[in-house]
Design a protein around this ligand. Structure first.
Ligand SMILES: Nc1ncnc2c1ncn2[C@@H]1O[C@H](COP(=O)(O)OP(=O)(O)O)[C@@H](O)[C@H]1O
Ligand SMILES: [Mg+2]
Length: 341
């Protein structure tokens, strides 16, 4: 349940240091859309240059970090976050795979990947045990970025998986058998806590929860965190909530900053300092089969995703997924569950 005491309380920032939410204050000052004759790759380069420090000195993880982007609420920014963070990490020099685990295939669309019914897809991997390498496609225009697309077949997979052997760990097995070197795998989950999301949580060590800065932002999160606890207890001891990202932040409204404060009070260090502004460019990009990084590299949306990716990459350096950390993760999650019930 939400804590109204927090909402009404004094607006203090529990996280010291700069508030990068100022990105949200210039939502109306987007740069003009890229000109048609501008090569997209060059535009992406401009974004990297605009940020100055992007692409330099960002650590690449020693082992592939598998990050599950989950929230059983629809429309909170899971897909948008998955594709734009993935593109940002790739622009920072990493090799990144997006696994589209939502039958809607929105992540595939946003990355410009064909995903009509006949395309080899993540459904074939999960249900037909097809090697992941046979379905992965390079993303046009972003070097180092790849996508395992979802087709509409995946809508039946929740049911079909039930009767299959090792139904919860089919994605994990496929990822383990994938031999291409990768720095990150980002898994875009459907808005439910069924077998597809469980497959993602078994395959990854980290859960990233996008939270929309709106009323009832924390509603239902207790259920998600309990599921993380269940999967950790029974199927994947390394699983923990590593990252919370505030999305669709509108710096002009008092509500957004109240929700941000409430989330930071509950989750503390897991919350990235950078929040993603509500931005027309971000919502327009998918209809052009692009991420905002290539669609409008200088926009506040592109810069904030680049910055969030940088934080994510740097956070990873302090984190090692040994037994100690799994224990700390478990403790943190328990505190979170208690905090928001
Ligand atoms: N920062 C943002 N600014 C504006 N629109 C956004 C932003 N993030 C997401 N959206 C839009 O909100 C809708 C839901 O986002 P989406 O990423 O598809 O959510 P989910 O995957 O959780 O269902 C989409 O239409 C998307 O374009
Ligand atoms: Mg989605």
């Amino acid at each position: 349940m939400r804590s109204d005491a927090n909402i009404a309380g004094p607006m203090t920032d529990p996280v010291p240091g700069p508030r990068t939410e100022s990105f949200g204050e210039d939502v109306s000052r987007e740069t003009p859309p890229p000109m048609d004759d501008t090569p997209i790759g060059r535009a992406a380069q401009l974004a990297v240059e605009a940020l100055g420090r992007a692409g330099e000195g960002l650590p690449r993880p020693e082992q592939t970090r598998v990050i599950v982007v989950a929230n059983q609420k629809g429309g909170v920014g899971k897909t948008t976050t998955t594709v734009n963070l993935a593109a940002s990490l790739a622009l920072h020099g990493s090799r990144v795979l997006v696994v589209d685990l939502d039958p809607q295939g929105n992540a595939s669309t946003a990355l410009g990947i064909d995903h009509h019914a006949e395309v080899p897809s993540i459904y074939d991997v999960l249900v037909e045990s097809r090697p992941l390498a046979e379905v992965v496609q390079p993303v046009p225009d972003v070097e180092g970025l790849f996508c395992a697309p979802a087709t509409i077949d995946l809508a039946g997979a929740e049911i079909e998986l039930v009767s299959l052997v090792a139904r919860e760990s089919r994605l994990q097995r496929a990822i383990k058998a994938y031999e291409q070197p990768l720095d990150y795998i980002l898994i875009d989950c459907p808005p439910s806590l069924g077998l597809l999301t469980v497959n993602a949580m078994v395959a990854g060590a980290e859960v990233l929860i996008p939270i929309q800065c709106e009323y009832y932002a924390l509603e239902g999160l207790g259920q998600l965190l309990r599921n993380v606890d269940l999967v950790r207890g029974h199927l994947n001891p390394a699983l923990h909530v590593s990252t919370i990202l505030l999305t669709m932040y509108d710096g002009r409204t008092r509500l957004a900053s109240q929700v941000a404060d409430e989330v930071r009070t509950h989750f503390g260090d897991e919350v990235l300092r950078t929040s993603i502004p509500r931005s027309v460019r971000i919502s327009e990009a998918p209809s052009y089969g692009q991420t905002v990084l290539t669609y409008d590299p200088g926009s506040s949306g592109a810069l904030s995703y680049l910055e969030a990716a940088r934080e994510l990459a740097l956070k990873g350096v302090d984190v090692s997924y040994d037994a100690t950390h799994a224990h700390i993760g478990a403790q943190n999650n328990r505190n979170m569950v208690e905090g928001i019930q």
